[in-house]
Design a protein around this ligand. Structure first.
Ligand code: UDP
Length: 417
Protein backbone atom coordinates (compact mmCIF):
# COMPACT_ATOMS: atom_id res chain seq x y z
CA UNK A 1 0.00 0.00 0.00
CA UNK A 2 1.68 3.21 -1.20
CA UNK A 3 -0.94 5.90 -1.36
CA UNK A 4 -4.54 6.51 -0.31
CA UNK A 5 -6.97 9.07 -1.74
CA UNK A 6 -9.20 10.28 1.08
CA UNK A 7 -12.39 12.14 0.13
CA UNK A 8 -13.84 14.71 2.50
CA UNK A 9 -16.07 16.82 0.26
CA UNK A 10 -18.06 18.88 2.75
CA UNK A 11 -15.53 19.71 5.44
CA UNK A 12 -11.78 20.26 5.46
CA UNK A 13 -9.31 18.50 7.75
CA UNK A 14 -7.70 21.93 8.18
CA UNK A 15 -10.77 23.35 9.94
CA UNK A 16 -11.15 23.70 13.71
CA UNK A 17 -13.69 21.07 14.79
CA UNK A 18 -16.59 22.02 17.03
CA UNK A 19 -18.59 24.33 14.78
CA UNK A 20 -20.39 24.32 11.41
CA UNK A 21 -19.77 21.08 9.57
CA UNK A 22 -16.46 20.34 11.32
CA UNK A 23 -16.57 17.69 14.03
CA UNK A 24 -15.50 14.17 14.77
CA UNK A 25 -15.07 13.24 11.11
CA UNK A 26 -12.39 15.90 10.70
CA UNK A 27 -10.58 14.63 13.78
CA UNK A 28 -10.87 11.02 12.54
CA UNK A 29 -9.43 11.88 9.12
CA UNK A 30 -6.50 13.89 10.50
CA UNK A 31 -5.56 11.41 13.24
CA UNK A 32 -5.60 8.38 10.96
CA UNK A 33 -3.92 10.17 8.01
CA UNK A 34 -0.99 11.30 10.14
CA UNK A 35 -0.52 7.77 11.45
CA UNK A 36 -0.78 6.19 8.01
CA UNK A 37 1.95 8.53 6.80
CA UNK A 38 4.14 7.49 9.75
CA UNK A 39 3.68 3.91 8.57
CA UNK A 40 4.91 4.87 5.10
CA UNK A 41 1.52 5.21 3.39
CA UNK A 42 1.03 8.61 1.78
CA UNK A 43 -2.38 10.22 2.16
CA UNK A 44 -3.92 12.80 -0.15
CA UNK A 45 -7.12 14.33 1.19
CA UNK A 46 -9.51 15.96 -1.29
CA UNK A 47 -11.84 18.63 0.07
CA UNK A 48 -13.89 21.44 -1.43
CA UNK A 49 -12.15 24.83 -1.62
CA UNK A 50 -14.09 27.26 0.58
CA UNK A 51 -11.88 30.32 0.05
CA UNK A 52 -9.97 31.80 -2.88
CA UNK A 53 -6.92 32.13 -0.60
CA UNK A 54 -6.43 28.38 -0.31
CA UNK A 55 -3.53 26.87 -2.26
CA UNK A 56 -4.46 23.98 -4.59
CA UNK A 57 -2.28 21.69 -2.48
CA UNK A 58 -1.29 22.16 1.17
CA UNK A 59 0.82 19.96 3.45
CA UNK A 60 -1.04 18.96 6.62
CA UNK A 61 1.81 16.86 8.00
CA UNK A 62 4.75 14.99 6.48
CA UNK A 63 3.24 12.54 4.00
CA UNK A 64 -0.26 14.04 4.27
CA UNK A 65 -1.46 16.58 1.71
CA UNK A 66 -4.77 18.39 1.34
CA UNK A 67 -6.00 19.03 -2.20
CA UNK A 68 -8.49 21.88 -2.50
CA UNK A 69 -10.95 21.20 -5.30
CA UNK A 70 -12.88 24.12 -6.79
CA UNK A 71 -16.54 23.10 -7.00
CA UNK A 72 -19.07 25.90 -6.85
CA UNK A 73 -18.69 29.26 -5.13
CA UNK A 74 -16.04 29.40 -2.41
CA UNK A 75 -18.31 30.77 0.28
CA UNK A 76 -21.97 30.69 1.19
CA UNK A 77 -22.74 27.18 0.00
CA UNK A 78 -24.56 25.07 2.61
CA UNK A 79 -24.07 21.32 2.99
CA UNK A 80 -27.57 20.75 1.64
CA UNK A 81 -26.53 22.48 -1.62
CA UNK A 82 -23.47 20.30 -2.15
CA UNK A 83 -25.21 17.45 -4.03
CA UNK A 84 -25.45 19.91 -6.96
CA UNK A 85 -21.66 20.34 -6.92
CA UNK A 86 -20.64 16.68 -6.83
CA UNK A 87 -20.09 16.52 -10.58
CA UNK A 88 -17.71 19.51 -10.44
CA UNK A 89 -15.95 18.02 -7.43
CA UNK A 90 -15.59 14.62 -9.09
CA UNK A 91 -14.17 16.26 -12.22
CA UNK A 92 -11.54 17.99 -10.05
CA UNK A 93 -10.59 14.72 -8.34
CA UNK A 94 -10.32 12.80 -11.61
CA UNK A 95 -8.26 15.59 -13.20
CA UNK A 96 -5.80 15.62 -10.31
CA UNK A 97 -5.30 11.86 -10.65
CA UNK A 98 -4.96 12.06 -14.42
CA UNK A 99 -1.87 14.27 -13.96
CA UNK A 100 -0.14 11.50 -11.95
CA UNK A 101 1.53 8.31 -13.09
CA UNK A 102 -0.88 5.42 -13.63
CA UNK A 103 -1.72 3.53 -10.47
CA UNK A 104 -1.06 6.58 -8.26
CA UNK A 105 -3.65 5.55 -5.64
CA UNK A 106 -4.11 2.06 -4.23
CA UNK A 107 -7.43 2.73 -2.58
CA UNK A 108 -10.02 5.50 -2.25
CA UNK A 109 -11.57 6.09 1.18
CA UNK A 110 -14.67 8.28 1.23
CA UNK A 111 -16.11 9.89 4.34
CA UNK A 112 -19.86 10.73 4.55
CA UNK A 113 -22.27 9.97 1.72
CA UNK A 114 -21.43 13.05 -0.39
CA UNK A 115 -17.84 11.82 -0.67
CA UNK A 116 -19.14 8.28 -1.26
CA UNK A 117 -20.84 9.46 -4.44
CA UNK A 118 -17.49 10.84 -5.68
CA UNK A 119 -15.60 7.74 -4.57
CA UNK A 120 -18.01 5.52 -6.46
CA UNK A 121 -16.94 7.09 -9.77
CA UNK A 122 -13.26 7.28 -8.80
CA UNK A 123 -13.36 3.54 -8.05
CA UNK A 124 -14.69 2.83 -11.54
CA UNK A 125 -12.19 5.07 -13.28
CA UNK A 126 -9.07 4.16 -11.30
CA UNK A 127 -9.75 0.46 -10.85
CA UNK A 128 -9.16 0.61 -7.09
CA UNK A 129 -11.42 -0.44 -4.20
CA UNK A 130 -13.76 2.02 -2.54
CA UNK A 131 -13.70 2.02 1.26
CA UNK A 132 -16.48 4.07 2.79
CA UNK A 133 -17.20 5.42 6.27
CA UNK A 134 -20.70 6.87 6.68
CA UNK A 135 -20.11 8.72 10.00
CA UNK A 136 -23.86 9.28 10.24
CA UNK A 137 -26.78 7.57 8.50
CA UNK A 138 -29.91 9.45 7.42
CA UNK A 139 -32.30 6.60 8.29
CA UNK A 140 -30.88 6.40 11.80
CA UNK A 141 -30.90 10.15 12.26
CA UNK A 142 -34.49 10.47 11.03
CA UNK A 143 -35.61 7.77 13.45
CA UNK A 144 -34.08 9.70 16.37
CA UNK A 145 -34.87 13.32 15.51
CA UNK A 146 -35.05 16.02 18.13
CA UNK A 147 -38.47 17.70 18.12
CA UNK A 148 -37.16 20.93 16.53
CA UNK A 149 -34.84 19.27 14.01
CA UNK A 150 -35.25 18.96 10.22
CA UNK A 151 -35.43 15.43 8.76
CA UNK A 152 -32.75 14.36 6.29
CA UNK A 153 -34.09 14.39 2.71
CA UNK A 154 -34.91 11.27 0.67
CA UNK A 155 -32.15 12.26 -1.76
CA UNK A 156 -29.59 11.54 0.98
CA UNK A 157 -31.18 8.19 1.86
CA UNK A 158 -31.02 7.12 -1.79
CA UNK A 159 -27.45 8.41 -2.12
CA UNK A 160 -26.39 6.42 0.94
CA UNK A 161 -28.07 3.27 -0.35
CA UNK A 162 -26.16 3.62 -3.61
CA UNK A 163 -22.82 4.05 -1.85
CA UNK A 164 -23.50 1.08 0.45
CA UNK A 165 -24.23 -1.06 -2.63
CA UNK A 166 -21.11 0.09 -4.50
CA UNK A 167 -18.44 0.19 -1.77
CA UNK A 168 -15.99 -2.68 -1.45
CA UNK A 169 -15.64 -2.16 2.28
CA UNK A 170 -17.87 -0.30 4.73
CA UNK A 171 -16.18 0.84 7.93
CA UNK A 172 -18.48 1.04 10.96
CA UNK A 173 -17.55 2.50 14.35
CA UNK A 174 -19.41 -0.13 16.37
CA UNK A 175 -21.41 -3.36 16.07
CA UNK A 176 -24.53 -1.21 16.36
CA UNK A 177 -23.59 0.80 13.28
CA UNK A 178 -22.64 -2.39 11.42
CA UNK A 179 -26.10 -3.76 12.24
CA UNK A 180 -27.74 -0.57 10.97
CA UNK A 181 -25.84 -0.82 7.68
CA UNK A 182 -26.92 -4.43 7.27
CA UNK A 183 -30.53 -4.15 8.46
CA UNK A 184 -31.50 -0.68 7.27
CA UNK A 185 -29.30 -0.39 4.17
CA UNK A 186 -29.11 -4.01 3.09
CA UNK A 187 -25.30 -4.02 3.24
CA UNK A 188 -23.50 -7.29 2.52
CA UNK A 189 -22.24 -8.32 5.98
CA UNK A 190 -19.01 -9.66 4.45
CA UNK A 191 -18.22 -6.11 3.36
CA UNK A 192 -18.72 -4.47 6.75
CA UNK A 193 -15.75 -4.06 9.12
CA UNK A 194 -16.07 -2.72 12.66
CA UNK A 195 -13.17 -0.39 13.43
CA UNK A 196 -13.49 1.53 16.70
CA UNK A 197 -12.25 5.12 16.55
CA UNK A 198 -9.54 6.35 18.89
CA UNK A 199 -8.55 9.16 21.19
CA UNK A 200 -5.37 11.24 21.27
CA UNK A 201 -3.83 9.92 24.50
CA UNK A 202 -0.96 12.43 24.37
CA UNK A 203 -3.24 15.44 24.33
CA UNK A 204 -6.07 14.16 26.52
CA UNK A 205 -4.48 13.18 29.81
CA UNK A 206 -5.60 13.57 33.41
CA UNK A 207 -4.30 16.80 34.89
CA UNK A 208 -4.64 19.31 37.68
CA UNK A 209 -8.34 20.13 38.04
CA UNK A 210 -7.76 23.24 40.13
CA UNK A 211 -5.25 24.64 37.63
CA UNK A 212 -7.69 23.95 34.78
CA UNK A 213 -10.43 25.74 36.72
CA UNK A 214 -8.19 28.68 37.51
CA UNK A 215 -7.31 29.03 33.81
CA UNK A 216 -11.02 29.22 33.02
CA UNK A 217 -11.74 31.67 35.82
CA UNK A 218 -13.74 29.10 37.82
CA UNK A 219 -13.61 28.80 41.59
CA UNK A 220 -11.89 25.66 42.93
CA UNK A 221 -15.06 24.35 44.59
CA UNK A 222 -17.34 24.95 41.58
CA UNK A 223 -19.70 22.20 40.40
CA UNK A 224 -18.96 22.13 36.68
CA UNK A 225 -21.15 20.43 34.08
CA UNK A 226 -19.76 20.65 30.55
CA UNK A 227 -21.10 20.17 27.04
CA UNK A 228 -18.53 20.06 24.23
CA UNK A 229 -19.56 19.90 20.60
CA UNK A 230 -21.40 21.52 17.76
CA UNK A 231 -24.48 23.35 18.91
CA UNK A 232 -27.23 21.62 16.97
CA UNK A 233 -30.53 19.90 17.84
CA UNK A 234 -29.08 16.40 17.40
CA UNK A 235 -26.47 17.08 20.11
CA UNK A 236 -29.20 18.28 22.49
CA UNK A 237 -27.34 20.87 24.57
CA UNK A 238 -30.85 22.01 25.58
CA UNK A 239 -31.25 18.74 27.52
CA UNK A 240 -28.22 19.63 29.63
CA UNK A 241 -29.64 23.07 30.42
CA UNK A 242 -33.00 21.58 31.42
CA UNK A 243 -31.20 18.93 33.48
CA UNK A 244 -29.17 21.63 35.22
CA UNK A 245 -32.43 23.37 36.18
CA UNK A 246 -33.71 20.01 37.49
CA UNK A 247 -30.48 19.51 39.45
CA UNK A 248 -30.89 22.93 41.06
CA UNK A 249 -34.44 22.05 42.08
CA UNK A 250 -33.06 18.90 43.76
CA UNK A 251 -30.07 20.59 45.37
CA UNK A 252 -30.68 24.36 45.70
CA UNK A 253 -27.60 24.57 47.92
CA UNK A 254 -25.24 24.25 44.92
CA UNK A 255 -26.69 27.25 43.09
CA UNK A 256 -23.81 29.61 43.90
CA UNK A 257 -21.26 26.97 42.83
CA UNK A 258 -22.94 25.51 39.73
CA UNK A 259 -21.45 26.30 36.30
CA UNK A 260 -22.74 24.88 33.02
CA UNK A 261 -20.02 25.25 30.39
CA UNK A 262 -21.22 25.04 26.79
CA UNK A 263 -18.27 24.77 24.42
CA UNK A 264 -18.69 24.86 20.65
CA UNK A 265 -20.15 26.86 17.80
CA UNK A 266 -23.35 26.98 15.76
CA UNK A 267 -24.14 24.21 13.31
CA UNK A 268 -27.11 23.06 11.25
CA UNK A 269 -30.74 23.92 11.68
CA UNK A 270 -33.18 24.31 14.58
CA UNK A 271 -31.82 25.12 18.02
CA UNK A 272 -28.40 25.77 16.65
CA UNK A 273 -26.86 28.83 18.19
CA UNK A 274 -25.73 29.95 21.60
CA UNK A 275 -28.43 32.65 21.22
CA UNK A 276 -31.18 30.01 21.26
CA UNK A 277 -29.60 28.42 24.31
CA UNK A 278 -29.27 31.78 26.06
CA UNK A 279 -33.00 32.30 25.61
CA UNK A 280 -33.67 28.83 27.00
CA UNK A 281 -31.38 29.47 29.99
CA UNK A 282 -33.38 32.65 30.64
CA UNK A 283 -36.68 30.75 30.47
CA UNK A 284 -35.30 28.15 32.89
CA UNK A 285 -34.05 30.87 35.25
CA UNK A 286 -30.44 29.66 35.07
CA UNK A 287 -28.80 32.39 32.97
CA UNK A 288 -26.46 33.11 35.87
CA UNK A 289 -24.91 29.62 35.80
CA UNK A 290 -24.50 29.03 32.03
CA UNK A 291 -21.25 30.06 30.33
CA UNK A 292 -20.54 29.81 26.62
CA UNK A 293 -17.11 29.32 25.09
CA UNK A 294 -16.29 29.30 21.36
CA UNK A 295 -14.78 26.11 19.90
CA UNK A 296 -11.56 25.23 21.71
CA UNK A 297 -8.47 23.71 20.14
CA UNK A 298 -5.11 22.46 21.38
CA UNK A 299 -4.47 22.28 25.11
CA UNK A 300 -7.48 24.52 25.87
CA UNK A 301 -9.94 21.72 25.15
CA UNK A 302 -8.16 19.30 27.49
CA UNK A 303 -8.38 22.04 30.16
CA UNK A 304 -12.16 22.22 29.71
CA UNK A 305 -12.48 18.45 30.20
CA UNK A 306 -10.21 18.51 33.27
CA UNK A 307 -12.10 21.42 34.81
CA UNK A 308 -15.45 19.61 34.56
CA UNK A 309 -16.96 17.38 37.25
CA UNK A 310 -18.87 15.67 34.51
CA UNK A 311 -19.15 15.97 30.74
CA UNK A 312 -22.65 15.44 29.38
CA UNK A 313 -23.31 13.92 25.95
CA UNK A 314 -27.11 14.08 25.65
CA UNK A 315 -27.24 13.50 21.85
CA UNK A 316 -30.36 12.07 20.23
CA UNK A 317 -28.02 9.99 18.14
CA UNK A 318 -24.26 9.57 17.93
CA UNK A 319 -22.48 7.05 15.73
CA UNK A 320 -19.71 7.07 18.34
CA UNK A 321 -19.05 10.27 20.30
CA UNK A 322 -15.35 11.17 20.40
CA UNK A 323 -16.03 13.83 23.02
CA UNK A 324 -17.02 11.09 25.46
CA UNK A 325 -13.68 9.31 25.01
CA UNK A 326 -11.65 12.52 25.22
CA UNK A 327 -13.32 13.57 28.49
CA UNK A 328 -12.71 10.14 30.02
CA UNK A 329 -9.07 10.17 28.89
CA UNK A 330 -8.77 13.40 30.92
CA UNK A 331 -10.20 11.61 33.97
CA UNK A 332 -13.69 13.08 33.78
CA UNK A 333 -16.77 10.85 34.01
CA UNK A 334 -19.37 11.15 31.26
CA UNK A 335 -23.14 11.09 31.51
CA UNK A 336 -24.34 10.09 28.05
CA UNK A 337 -27.53 9.18 26.25
CA UNK A 338 -27.85 5.43 25.73
CA UNK A 339 -27.93 5.77 21.95
CA UNK A 340 -25.81 4.68 18.98
CA UNK A 341 -22.15 4.16 19.85
CA UNK A 342 -22.29 5.91 23.23
CA UNK A 343 -22.82 2.65 25.18
CA UNK A 344 -19.45 1.55 23.76
CA UNK A 345 -17.77 4.89 24.44
CA UNK A 346 -19.03 4.95 28.06
CA UNK A 347 -19.21 1.99 30.45
CA UNK A 348 -22.43 2.41 32.33
CA UNK A 349 -21.85 2.61 36.09
CA UNK A 350 -18.10 2.14 35.60
CA UNK A 351 -16.69 5.14 33.70
CA UNK A 352 -19.88 7.19 33.64
CA UNK A 353 -23.62 6.78 33.42
CA UNK A 354 -25.93 6.09 30.50
CA UNK A 355 -29.38 7.66 30.52
CA UNK A 356 -32.33 6.23 28.61
CA UNK A 357 -34.29 8.97 26.84
CA UNK A 358 -33.99 12.73 27.21
CA UNK A 359 -36.33 13.58 30.07
CA UNK A 360 -34.78 16.44 32.08
CA UNK A 361 -35.71 14.70 35.35
CA UNK A 362 -33.81 11.52 34.41
CA UNK A 363 -30.83 13.63 33.33
CA UNK A 364 -30.97 15.79 36.45
CA UNK A 365 -31.03 12.63 38.58
CA UNK A 366 -28.03 11.10 36.77
CA UNK A 367 -26.00 14.31 37.02
CA UNK A 368 -26.87 14.65 40.70
CA UNK A 369 -25.78 11.05 41.30
CA UNK A 370 -22.30 11.93 40.02
CA UNK A 371 -21.68 15.50 41.15
CA UNK A 372 -23.31 15.29 44.59
CA UNK A 373 -21.46 12.09 45.56
CA UNK A 374 -17.71 12.77 45.49
CA UNK A 375 -16.65 9.18 46.27
CA UNK A 376 -18.75 7.79 43.41
CA UNK A 377 -17.44 10.52 41.11
CA UNK A 378 -13.85 9.66 42.00
CA UNK A 379 -14.46 5.98 41.33
CA UNK A 380 -15.94 6.76 37.89
CA UNK A 381 -13.13 9.22 37.15
CA UNK A 382 -10.35 6.71 37.80
CA UNK A 383 -12.11 4.01 35.76
CA UNK A 384 -12.73 6.50 32.96
CA UNK A 385 -9.02 6.88 32.21
CA UNK A 386 -8.53 3.12 31.90
CA UNK A 387 -11.59 2.77 29.71
CA UNK A 388 -10.47 5.53 27.32
CA UNK A 389 -7.01 3.93 27.04
CA UNK A 390 -8.61 0.90 25.42
CA UNK A 391 -9.06 3.08 22.35
CA UNK A 392 -6.21 4.50 20.31
CA UNK A 393 -5.81 6.07 16.88
CA UNK A 394 -2.82 3.78 16.28
CA UNK A 395 -5.09 0.77 16.58
CA UNK A 396 -7.72 2.44 14.38
CA UNK A 397 -5.08 3.16 11.75
CA UNK A 398 -3.73 -0.41 11.76
CA UNK A 399 -7.25 -1.77 11.35
CA UNK A 400 -8.00 0.62 8.50
CA UNK A 401 -4.79 -0.36 6.68
CA UNK A 402 -5.65 -4.04 7.14
CA UNK A 403 -9.12 -3.27 5.76
CA UNK A 404 -7.65 -1.50 2.73
CA UNK A 405 -5.39 -4.48 1.96
CA UNK A 406 -8.29 -6.88 2.32
CA UNK A 407 -10.53 -4.72 0.10
CA UNK A 408 -7.79 -4.57 -2.53
CA UNK A 409 -7.41 -8.37 -2.57
CA UNK A 410 -11.16 -8.93 -2.86
CA UNK A 411 -11.42 -6.22 -5.52
CA UNK A 412 -8.65 -7.82 -7.61
CA UNK A 413 -10.25 -11.24 -7.32
CA UNK A 414 -13.57 -9.79 -8.48
CA UNK A 415 -12.05 -7.79 -11.35
CA UNK A 416 -9.86 -10.64 -12.63
CA UNK A 417 -12.38 -13.42 -12.00
N1 UDP B 1 -14.12 19.62 19.21
C1 UDP B 1 -13.09 20.54 19.28
N2 UDP B 1 -13.34 21.75 19.86
C2 UDP B 1 -14.55 22.08 20.37
C3 UDP B 1 -15.59 21.14 20.30
C4 UDP B 1 -15.34 19.90 19.72
O1 UDP B 1 -11.97 20.29 18.84
O2 UDP B 1 -14.71 23.19 20.89
C5 UDP B 1 -13.85 18.28 18.66
C6 UDP B 1 -13.79 17.25 19.76
O3 UDP B 1 -12.52 17.23 20.34
C7 UDP B 1 -14.15 15.95 19.02
C8 UDP B 1 -14.96 16.44 17.83
O4 UDP B 1 -14.86 17.86 17.78
O5 UDP B 1 -12.99 15.28 18.61
C9 UDP B 1 -16.44 16.06 17.93
O6 UDP B 1 -16.56 14.71 17.69
P1 UDP B 1 -17.81 13.86 18.17
O7 UDP B 1 -17.61 12.47 17.70
O8 UDP B 1 -18.01 14.03 19.63
O9 UDP B 1 -19.06 14.55 17.46
P2 UDP B 1 -19.34 14.86 15.91
O10 UDP B 1 -18.86 16.25 15.69
O11 UDP B 1 -18.62 13.88 15.09
O12 UDP B 1 -20.80 14.77 15.77
Amino acid sequence: MKRVAVLSVHTSPLEQPGTGDAGGMNVYIVQTAVRMARRGVEVEIFTRATSSDLPPVAELAPGVTVRHVVAGPFEGLGKEELPGQLCAFTAGVLRAEARQDPGHYDVVHSHYWLSGQVGWLARERWGVPLVHTAHTLAKVKNANLASHDTPEPRMRVIGEEQVVAEADLLVANTDVEAGELIKLYDADSAKVAVVPPGVDLDRFTPGDREAARAALGLRPDAVVLAFVGRIQPLKAPDVLLKAAADLLARAPGVRDRLVVLVVGGPSGSGMKTPEDLKLLAGELGISDVVRFLPPQGGAALARVYRAADVVAVPSHNESFGLVALEAQACGTPVVAAAVGGLPVAVRDGVSGLLVAGHEPAAWGRALAQVVLHPAFREELASNAVGHARRFSWDRTTDSLLAGYAQARDVFREEVFA
